[in-house]
Design a protein around this ligand. Sequence first.
Ligand SMILES: [Zn+2]
Length: 161
Amino acid sequence: MQKVNSFIIDHKKLLPGVYECQVNGVFTYDIRFVKPQDAAHRGLFMDPKVAHTLEHFMADYLRTKTSEEFSSTLLYVGPMGCLTGFYFLTSISYTAEFWRKMVLECVNYILTQDVIPGASELTCGNWQYFDLSGAKEFIKNVIIPNFTSEEFCCEYPYCGE
Ligand SMILES: [Zn+2]
């Protein structure tokens, strides 16, 4: 994967996939579930409740349902403000294929679940603001098709290219 240091990415050409950016010794992964063109023109992006639901599940899955070797390198999991993907931050580098498989394992696990981890007044800042059935629909209709598609990409398109 290429290393990106600036935000000159052409979002009109950006495809679903996993993109690596290394800044100050931290590896940031742009886990792009949907291409921005589909978000803008087809309404295919995470509803905020869906993003919150996926945040709880993905943070829990990556921290507690993976090997200690991996989870000890995980620094942060959170949704993008534009609602087209997530950021995962790690202390060491992983391949796009590693993340593609990890995301597919995680979302397939979510499809089998009925209880949102950490969804309580004690452990969440907005503990009733979730949509599990909407999250499952987004996984089935958007994440799984895009992360198993031939469009899946790991090279950023730059502005002016
Ligand atoms: Zn929360």
